[in-house]
Write a protein that binds this ligand. Structure first.
Ligand code: TMP
Length: 210
């Protein structure tokens, strides 16, 4: 089972991914927790390039390919072997982030991105994608309270983040059997409960073709 967390910046994905990992491990599952970009030694070095606020001139295509490079390494080194062993993988962001940020946000062609993503991911798709949905203004406010944690993409204008959010909602509407949209403006415990319910439902009835 491959579960991904998606959503605008400041939606609380990282907290929820951590909580769900602990919960599933406590139930006896073999859980691998990953985050993107990064998660491997090479991927973490790529992440540092991507997140560096000094890299204001990073080209949109180069940015997208770096996200894909980090992802391909993570799939090869960690995710594929873990799924092959029958474990559960929880990933804090995945390929849908590239569609939302580089596609809907930056305006790169979605068809081209899908081809590159299929290549970078070894054609592996999540069984369940939890979109923690929040208005970008609220999300960015949460992030701004931690200035040191602000990255290069957080610094994009609000209109960019609004396109990203709209992109997520469009992707979720395209594949409702895979996506579950959760209101992330609710208190963290309520969000956690909804996340658990979605996972239990999917564990009980795996998606067709999964
Ligand atoms: P985060 O680790 O705090 O979520 O930061 C990752 C940032 O990178 C976030 O702003 C979303 C962005 N991002 C993309 O633009 N494309 C991608 O493919 C991924 C994985 C992340």
């Amino acid at each position: 089972m491959f579960i991904t967390f998606e959503g605008p910046d400041g939606s609380g994905k990282t907290t929820q991914a951590r909580r769900v990992t602990e919960w599933l491990a406590s139930l006896g599952h073999d859980v691998l927790a990953m985050r993107e970009p990064g998660g491997t030694e090479i991927g973490d070095r790529v992440r540092a390039i991507l997140m560096d606020r000094a890299h204001t001139h990073l080209d949109a295509r180069a940015e997208m390919l770096l996200f894909c490079a980090s992802r391909a390494q993570m799939m090869a080194e960690k995710v594929r072997p873990h799924l092959a062993r029958g474990g559960i993988v929880i990933c804090d962001r995945f390929a849908d982030s590239t569609l939302a940020y580089q596609g809907y946000g930056r305006g790169l062609d979605l068809g081209t991105l899908r081809i590159l993503l299929d290549f970078a991911t070894f054609s592996i798709k999540p069984d369940l994608t939890l979109c923690l949905d929040i208005h970008p203004r609220a999300g960015l406010q949460r992030r701004a309270s931690d200035l040191a944690g602000m990255n290069r993409l957080d610094a994009e204008p609000l209109a960019f983040h609004e396109r990203v959010r709209a992109g997520y909602l469009a992707l979720a509407a395209e594949e409702p059997q895979r996506w579950q949209v959760i209101d992330a403006s609710a208190p963290p415990d309520v969000v956690e409960q909804r996340v658990r319910e979605a996972i239990l439902k999917r564990l009980a009835a795996p998606a067709k073709g999964a």
